[in-house]
Design a protein around this ligand. Structure first.
Ligand code: ZN
Length: 293
């Protein structure tokens, strides 16, 4: 596949950047055929947009590689529809509406692509992980928030979209979500919202009842997702899933008992914390036309 917006050079060295709410990681990829990279830098994510930009540029320049083919950036934030800036970012408010892609292109003189971290996670799992060769699938991250991206493909057609799975409304839920709506799934499944409600971190919750409620609600959210999109497989990631091994089988059982007429397979994502950085680099070989931000 070729990049629609930018023409890649003959070089095959790429940079992937993973900007999380807490940490930023920058990696150098010798090719896009494998999920292998070496670190160029790791630092706490700067709340200041200018400082963050500066540190990314310094790290990339310090690599001393003169023919980089491009830089792909995964951001823990919603990206504007044109794929060039951050549009919604409760954890990185100073980044909103700044010309992020343009600023990087101007300073580094290489092609730049941006995407929400769920899209990058999905791309990584599709290329190198559990979603390989699956045409209708999703990537779900269950962590501070509950985010997802879906991929619907057939032959040479493919559409990847970031979706607001955590902000679907559940019937009878009167809890107010941090997004301002009442009744969102994330009021039950978002680490941050659970912490605010119970006054302790989700890691400290051992009560079986709490996990039953958590998985009941998330199973409904997943069944809704399957019915609306007709996806076959979901790769699950995020701290809450990865640290609680019992959760995935529990969810699968509940999904199986609700869903009729089709099946939905839940699988643990394979690339773990590397998924966003690997997917960020992988963005460089996926046409921007295939991605709905
Ligand atoms: Zn919400």
């Amino acid at each position: 596949m070729t990049n629609a917006r930018f023409t890649l050079t003959g070089s095959s060295t790429y940079v992937g950047v993973d900007i999380g709410g807490t940490n930023t990681r920058i990696g150098l990829f010798g090719s896009l055929d494998a999920p292998d990279f070496v670190y160029l830098a790791r630092f706490p994510t700067y709340q200041s947009y200018e400082e963050q930009l500066h540190h990314i540029v310094v790290a990339v320049r310090a690599s001393n590689i003169h023919h980089l083919a491009g830089i792909g950036v995964s951001v823990a934030a919603r990206i504007a529809k044109d794929g060039c800036s951050v549009s919604v970012a409760p954890n990185l408010p100073e980044y909103v509406d700044r010309p992020f892609a343009e600023d990087l292109v101007e300073r580094l003189k290489i092609p730049v692509r941006l995407a929400h971290d769920t899209i990058c996670g999905l791309l990584a799992e599709k290329q190198f992980g559990i979603l390989h060769q699956i045409d209708r699938c999703a990537y779900l991250t269950v962590s501070t928030g509950t985010g997802a991206a879906i991929l619907l493909g057939k032959a040479s057609t493919m559409l990847i979209s970031s979706i607001e799975i955590g902000h679907q409304i559940l019937d009878g839920n009167s809890l107010k979500c941090l997004c301002g709506q009442v009744g969102c799934l994330e009021t039950f499944t978002g680490g941050r919202q659970i912490e605010l409600r119970y006054g302790c971190s989700i890691a400290q919750i051992t009560d079986r009842e709490c996990w039953e409620t958590f998985s009941d609600k998330l199973a409904i959210g997943l069944v809704n997702l399957a019915q609306l999109t007709r996806i076959d497989v979901v790769a699950l990631s995020g701290a809450i899933v990865l640290k609680n091994q019992f959760l995935l089988p529990m969810l699968q059982e509940k999904v199986n008992s609700i869903l009729k007429g089709s099946t939905l397979e839940l699988k643990k994502a394979m690339l773990g914390e590397n998924a966003p950085i690997v997917g960020a680099a992988a963005l460089l070989e996926i046409s921007e036309d295939h991605i709905l931000h």
